[in-house]
Design a protein around this ligand. Structure first.
Ligand code: SAJ
Length: 440
């Protein structure tokens, strides 16, 4: 088939590569000229995804995937564009954190824009699939609705929603092996979309209607958000009760039907921190639990700042070294990262913040440069590489041996041996004796 993929981001690009590899003639379209140029040169914008670089090089080189700024006629159109919040970044970080869940609205302008841009090319018999995560009803109201407004004869066009469910860091494997939900505006549309996915998906393909598929995607990420909120709430309870949450969770998870997730500095990324609000948007009066969970997770960066001031005790801290900017371990993606929210809150308090992250170009200089002269070290992302940091060496670089580990990653005993005061999020057993801080 001729497939036109609108949006070459984290989902659109790997999907385009897999479709090309499966034998389709794929045109990848993005509005970002710099990205299209980069891809034409064979340079990738997504890092740390096993196998993607080789696959991309192969399909770009043999021409089965071409990239362009504008769409063209095709048998199938796949829309994979971002659906962020409207005006997500307005106000100070503290103001954003305090904003009620009910005020967030999905920004569907990119979905509408790419739909308008394919309108001149859509013909009866074509397949139009929305992959972006959206509030229920969007495939019908926005995608079909926009084409109707543009004067397209949609009577013979098949519309479907096929939400992506891949875990960043393991994308290619999951795109192929995960089960896939395909919801059609009609059963024929679901079947037509499923036939396309069957050409590269090895997981099971499950058919339903479009609105169910839209909601299922939101339910999955809401499930995770609520469960992380529960872990975060217990982290704070443990701090209050003098218990170590990391040990408590490990013990609780020995129950055959209990599986706590991990507490941390907050929930980031473009999915889990966003999607529950798409449910709230559609049913504000029916979602008290979802809203409470969001609030718990959203407020975690404020708690981290509070922990830092506990760790600093009566020492004035002005220079902080942050380890990790990505929203989660071992990926190079800082979208809606709690690490950057913490950094921003500290900057709003007048601190000098230096950030290190091995996977993000802006922050991947030598870690020593960030640690040098720091008055506290704050671990915010659990990248594996940080496990091998040598506490002795770090101790020689910093101005104060203060460490706040918000991910339960580092071996606290080793860091304490090297003279560090260590505070771990959720560890109520850690007591910080104010005057015993070891400086250099
Ligand atoms: N996090 C915790 N504790 C945990 C697990 C995660 O604090 O125990 C934090 C992470 O550090 C991160 C955030 O939550 O900041 C989200 O990370 P994640 O690994 O849970 O999820 P994402 O956003 O990378 O990917 C999710 C996945 N959804 C589910 O697992 C239900 C993925 O399958 C979806 O495809 C993706 O969202 C998406 O695109 O919607």
């Amino acid at each position: 088939m001729k497939v036109c993929i609108m949006g070459l981001g984290y989902i659109g690009f790997p999907t385009a590569c897999l479709l090309a590899k499966a034998g389709h003639q794929v045109l990848g379209v993005d509005v970002n000229p710099a990205l299209v140029e980069r891809l034409r040169r064979g340079e990738l914008h997504i890092v740390n995804e096993d196998g993607l670089a080789d696959l991309a090089r192969e399909v770009l080189r043999n021409g089965s995937l071409r990239v362009s700024l504008t769409p063209a006629e095709a048998d199938a159109f796949i829309l994979a564009v971002p659906t962020p919040f409207q005006h997500f970044s307005q106000g100070t970080i503290r103001e954003q954190i305090e904003r009620p869940e009910t005020e967030y609205r999905a920004d569907l302008s990119a979905v509408a824009a790419v739909t308008r841009s394919i309108a001149p090319f859509v013909r009866p018999g074509n397949l139009v699939i929305l992959e972006s995560t959206v509030p229920p009803g969007t495939t019908e109201n926005v995608v079909l609705g926009t084409l109707v407004e543009a004067g397209v004869d949609v009577s013979g066009v098949f519309f479907a929603h096929a939400p992506e469910r891949v875990l960043p860091g393991n994308m290619l494997h999951e795109l192929v092996h995960n089960d896939r939900i395909v919801g059609g505006l009609t059963p024929e549309a679901a079947e037509a979309a499923a036939a396309l996915y069957r050409t590269f998906v090895k997981g099971e393909i499950l058919l339903t209607d479009a609105t169910t598929a839209e909601l299922v995607k939101l339910m999955e990420n809401t499930f995770r958000d609520v469960n992380i909120a529960l872990a975060n709430e217990f982290a704070r309870v443990c701090e209050h009760l003098g218990v170590d949450v990391w040990e408590a969770i490990e013990l609780a998870n020995r129950h055959p039907r209990v599986n706590f997730l991990r507490p941390g500095p907050g929930v980031g990324g473009h999915c889990i921190a966003v999607d529950p609000c798409f449910v709230v948007e559609k049913a504000p009066g029916l979602t008290p639990l979802i809203q409470a969970a969001r609030r718990v997770n959203r407020r975690m960066p404020l708690h981290v700042v509070e922990l830092l001031s506990q760790l600093a005790a009566d020492r004035p801290i002005t220079r902080v070294a942050i380890l990790g900017a990505s929203y989660k371990a071992n990926v190079g993606d800082d979208r809606e990262s709690p690490a950057l929210e913490v950094a921003g809150l500290l900057v709003e308090e007048g601190m000098e913040v230096r950030i290190h992250d091995p996977y993000i170009e802006r922050y991947n200089g030598p870690v020593e440069r960030v640690l040098d002269g720091a008055e506290a070290v704050l671990l915010l992302t659990d990248h594996n590489v940080y496990r091998s940091l040598d506490p002795e060496r770090v101790g020689q670089l910093v101005a104060n041996r203060l460490l706040l580990d918000t991910r339960g990653l580092l071996d606290a005993a080793r860091w304490r041996e090297a003279g560090f005061q260590v505070l771990r999020l959720g560890d109520g057993r850690t007591r910080i004796p104010a005057r015993e801080v070891v400086g250099d």
